[in-house]
Design a protein around this ligand. Sequence first.
Ligand SMILES: Cc1cc2nc3c(=O)[nH]c(=O)nc-3n(C[C@H](O)[C@H](O)[C@H](O)COP(=O)(O)O)c2cc1C
Length: 377
Amino acid sequence: MQKQSDQGYQALETILGDSPDLLKSLLEGSPDTISLSDARQPDLPLTYVNPSFCETTGYGSEEALGRNCRFLQGEDTNQDDVSIIRKAIAERLPVDVVLLNYKKSGEPFINALRMAPIFDKSGDLSAFLGIQRDITKERLRTERDLAQNRLEALGTASGALAHQLNNLLHPITSLISLHLPDIADPAIRKDLEVSLYSARQAADLSNNLLGLSRGKFHDSSDVTMLPDGLIRAVELVRLMLPPTITLETDFETPAKDLRVPISETLFAQVIINIVTNAAQATKNIGIIRIELSEFEDSRVRISIADNGPGIPKTLRDKVFTPFYSSKKEKNGSGLGLSVVLQIINKVGGNIIVSDGLIQPDGDGIGCMFTIDLQKIT
Ligand SMILES: Cc1cc2nc3c(=O)[nH]c(=O)nc-3n(C[C@H](O)[C@H](O)[C@H](O)COP(=O)(O)O)c2cc1C
């Protein structure tokens, strides 16, 4: 007995033979991008792209036809992904690959490409079919959901740990506070102040994790005044950084006493996490520039830029994933930036990663974290 799908194909072939316009309307109306490359010409030039291809990539058909589809690749396209396609073409096999491509505008997108050889009636390879799908949005959503789920799981697990940590941190903070006034040597005093500050931050972090595990992280009545809250946070983080780091600030704001809906402890934690990360990225010898500005009348923007090695565009969203660390030395917990994201999300703000300051050798560009928060009016 003939398989049902074969019967279906035969019926389709008959209909297509009878109505040549049907194929065109199927291809032109498809929400997926469809492209065909001529396998009989050198370097597989594109001979057909449907309107969806043009819409997704931004290239008009006249710009795409006659070219090999590799023009969609760019700086951060992973060459291992490209070699999987190359191998499938050489072996005349179908392949599914997810790879980074670029639109005509230069905007990167994650392309789920399905490519398959097409053979003519005599069994000779005549063309390759490509079906592309821009899955950038769903990828980002999945990664953010994953990060969120991991944080929630972390919140639950960290409840007990936070209790224990608080018990251990209590004698550290209270004993340092008790003996600090008796220390005469200013250098030792300064070291102890930094230790005390770090222990307090650890206690705060542990309390925040505890709050997270109980679903309470931030109170709607919390407020930080800017620029004062930012100036204090920068003074604190200055104490934690080696003197080889240059901190530049620009807190020129049109209005004084801006109010943002976040407690000063959480706000300082966000700033400290980002600035200490930036310092480590520059191997503790770079420049970190912190700016505060107002925009769209109702929002406040804080940007922290460094002149370290930067983060490739493809990895920028990953830095917020719990336990992800881009640092080879792994001296971070991998939690700092995910806690930052969690805090900023909870207070209704946004945070994005983009290009930062030019590197000292002038060759590359560092990284910039930009936070925007709703102003309380
Ligand atoms: C029909 C077809 C569609 C293709 N679509 C894409 C695509 O959307 N994005 C991409 O990066 N490469 C795509 N490729 C792969 C490149 O055209 C090329 O084959 C690949 O870069 C490997 O060859 P190379 O090493 O000579 O560059 C497609 C190839 C074919 C045959």
